[in-house]
Design a protein around this ligand. Structure first.
Ligand code: AMP
Length: 216
């Protein structure tokens, strides 16, 4: 794959490492990552009507309605930075959303599925921390003590996402298998599916994902 127009979808369970890989591909191809989860968390943070409407869905690990997500997608994808391509992280999550993209005339080039076992996900998300200021992600494994959990970039105290509590993680996984996993077949049927391991060592992630996409 060259540096031309690229429309990429990241698939994979919550906590599989889609976001990390999306960022690596985004830097390599100079195209934006669009995360509907990030957009929704920002709306909640700002206290907008949309934020108030979706808060309970996010807190409980349920999906926000297709109608809401499709509206967000339409607006975001019409922005100029999407002209040369984009990486969709966490969207589409249902067949209706995938078909909505098609109905907008968007022909996805690749769907990258990040594959990992459920138990590793539960473990990983229990230790996931995020900088509330810049969004950089961490794992508690990196720190000897919880008082060390500060962002290396901006020094803020790291936070745990409410939906990373174990019970909510299990609900998010259930929803993933019911509604999102079938999208793998959907993209496989049109030869767009690329599978990558979500279990690579930190030092191998970039090399492996870029190689799988023919970008190294
Ligand atoms: P994420 O950051 O991608 O794990 O998303 C966090 C939460 O935002 C999800 O558990 C859903 O409640 C909501 N969400 C994000 N993207 C979507 C989507 N494409 N469809 C429905 N709900 C979504």
């Amino acid at each position: 794959m060259g540096k031309g127009r690229s429309k990429i979808v990241m698939l994979g369970a919550p906590g599989s490492g889609k976001g990390t890989r999306a960022k690596i591909i985004s830097e390599r191809l100079s195209i934006p990552v669009i995360s509907t989860g990030e957009i929704l968390r920002e709306e909640i943070h700002k206290g907008t009507d949309l934020g108030k409407q979706v808060k309970s869905d996010l807190d409980s690990g349920k999906l926000v309605s297709d109608e809401t997500i499709n509206g967000i997608l339409k607006k975001r994808l019409s922005m100029p930075d999407c002209e040369n391509g984009f990486i969709l992280d966490g969207v589409p999550r249902t067949l209706t959303q995938a078909k909505y993209l098609e109905s907008m005339g968007i022909d996805i080039d690749y769907a990258v599925s990040v594959e990992i076992e459920d138990e590793k996900i539960v473990d990983r998300l229990a230790g996931r921390r995020v900088c509330p200021n810049c969004g950089r992600g961490y794992h508690t494994d990196m720190f000897a003590d919880s008082s060390d959990e500060l962002c290396e970039d901006c020094g803020c105290k790291l936070a745990k996402r409410k939906d990373d509590e174990e019970e909510t993680v299990r609900e998010r996984l259930r929803v993933y298998y019911e509604l999102t996993e079938p999208l793998k077949d959907y993209y496989e049927q049109s030869n767009k599916l690329i599978k990558v391991s979500g279990d690579d060592k930190l030092s191998e992630i970039a090399k492996n994902v870029l190689r799988a996409m023919g970008l190294d």
